[in-house]
Design a binder for this molecule. Structure first.
Ligand code: UD1
Ligand code: CA
Length: 455
């Protein structure tokens, strides 16, 4: 099929059964709008024209999906699938074939569409059909002598037709010029009072045209979303497929049923991912990286050998090799951890560079800081980076030891090899190699008595 291709995506429906203010095709699956999934697959076919028919929600759908390669056709009233395709016709190339997709059928694979296109042509109409154990609700494929003669909708079908288990997925490929003629002569004289795209099949047969069929590899490829239960079911199918494809290249996903990617996840060899983790945006995990249970990673790269322990949250950060992070760590945007850094429980790091071998193990906040190599930051250390108006940086050079419960009032520098005594509030720079502390002298008041309750 070398000829140029039109793609029309129907997305005008309201989605009444979603019980939502959001147009159905904008509901997210794996973090991306349903329509976005259809567009992504359609784009792989390299169509010459790609047109989305929108309607319910006015400009909400075009505003949400701003992509320069799309043209938009408005269907003001939803009078049926045939009427919907008709709205796009003037925007298509009449010399080539048109593939009709649905904006609420997100999981169709490119290979299935390529296979369908191989059955299409200027003198053929191709329909993607499937055999369902329970065909209820779908249009049925009526054949005579093995040849498709028409499609009958559930609501228009008689008992014998309802017993047919070959269903119309809705996805068809038709020669565009013919489609224009057929759609122009549709009637809405049927149970739903709609202009059915499916009526074009009988018109093609009447024109002496061959109607071919092909089938999807998996049933889930043609399942649509009509309510939030189906949305959740398709989400699980997507996630399970994603998990199994990573497992197929060597990642150990401990439970594919408790795994979520909302973007792109790449894994090196022998990566282990425990249950209930969420990966958003672009996440890359190097060889032997282990992610503990209940972690959320967004736009993160993690180099080889690093272990992220449970309940850790990392966003817009780069993590070096052989680090130990968590449990219960929060690494915020703009952070770079070099190799062999240790970040422990209840530690928040923001917009900071932590060099190799440095440790922030307990209950600390390190923000807007540059931390050198082999630094030890004691429990409860806080960088006071914000003066109420502006943010300031803290510089901690190599081999520094910061005692517990220290406040570093930025801007401030702790020079190489310095030691800061526990409980210090550091307001001026600390010189290299020396002990600096700010602490009231300890005293004992001999004979002091605790107050007692008055009788
Ligand atoms: C349609 C098919 C049916 C098929 C089923 C597969 C017709 C007449 N019937 O039925 O044979 O088995 O899909 O799921 O084609 N839409 C518009 N504008 C409209 C009407 C619909 O954009 O005026 C869009 C909807 O948003 C949806 C898609 O077209 O994305 C299908 O519409 P829907 O009403 O769900 O069709 P079905 O009755 O399910
Ligand atoms: Ca439907």
């Amino acid at each position: 099929m070398a000829a140029p291709l039109n793609v029309v995506i129907l997305a005008a429906g309201k989605g009444t059964r979603m019980y939502s203010d959001l147009p159905k095709v904008l509901h997210p699956l794996a973090g991306k709008a349903l329509l976005g999934h259809v567009l992504e697959t359609a784009r792989k076919l390299k169509p010459a024209r790609m047109c989305v028919v929108y309607g319910y929600g006015g400009n909400a759908v075009p505003n949400a999906i701003q992509e320069p390669d799309l043209v938009w056709a408005e269907q003001k009233e939803q009078l049926g699938t045939g009427h919907a395709v008709q709205q796009a016709l003037s925007l298509l190339d009449s010399a080539s074939v048109t593939l009709v997709l649905y904006g609420d059928v997100p999981l169709t694979r490119e290979s299935t569409l390529q296979h369908l296109l191989a059955h299409a042509g200027s003198d053929k109409l191709a329909v993607l059909t499937a055999h369902f154990d329970d065909p209820t609700g779908y249009g049925r494929i009526v054949r005579e002598g093995g040849k498709v003669t028409r499609i009958v909708e559930q609501k228009d079908a008689n008992e014998a037709e309802r017993a047919i288990t070959e269903i119309n997925t809705g996805i068809i490929v038709a020669p565009t010029a013919k489609l224009m003629a057929w759609l122009g002569s549709l009637s809405n004289n049927n149970a739903q009072g709609e202009y059915y795209l499916t009526d074009t099949i009988a018109m093609a047969v009447a024109d002496g045209m061959e109607v071919t069929t092909s089938h999807p590899h998996h049933e889930w490829e043609v399942l649509g979303v009509n309510n939030k239960t189906q949305l959740a079911e398709l989400e699980r199918i997507y996630q399970r497929n994603y998990a199994l494809s990573l497992a197929g290249t060597g990642a150990h996903i401990m439970d594919p049923a408790r795994f979520d990617v909302r973007g792109e996840l790449s894994c090196g060899r022998d990566v282990v991912i425990d249950v209930n983790c969420v990966f958003e945006g672009k996440v890359a995990l190097g060889d032997r990286v282990e992610i503990g249970a209940n972690c959320v990673l967004k736009n993160v790269s993690v180099a080889q050998g690093t272990k992220v322990q449970p309940f850790t949250h990392i966003e817009d950060a780069s993590v070096g090799a052989d680090c130990r992070i968590g449990p219960f760590s929060r690494i915020r945007p703009g952070t770079t951890l070099a190799s062999d850094a240790h970040i422990g429980n209840f530690v928040e790091i923001k917009n900071s560079q932590i060099d190799s071998g440095s440790k922030v193990n307990h209950l600390s906040y390190v923000g807007d800081s540059t931390v050198g190599k082999n630094v030890n930051i004691g429990a409860g250390t806080i960088t006071c980076n914000y003066d109420g108006a502006n943010k300031h940086r803290t510089i901690i050079e190599d081999d520094v030891f910061i005692g517990s419960d220290t406040q570093l009032v930025a801007p401030v520098t702790v020079s190489k090899g310095a030691t800061i005594g526990a409980g210090t509030t550091l307001t001026r720079n600390a010189p290299a190699g020396e002990l600096t502390l700010s602490r009231a002298k300890q005293a004992t008041i001999a004979g002091w008595q605790r107050p007692v309750k008055k009788k």
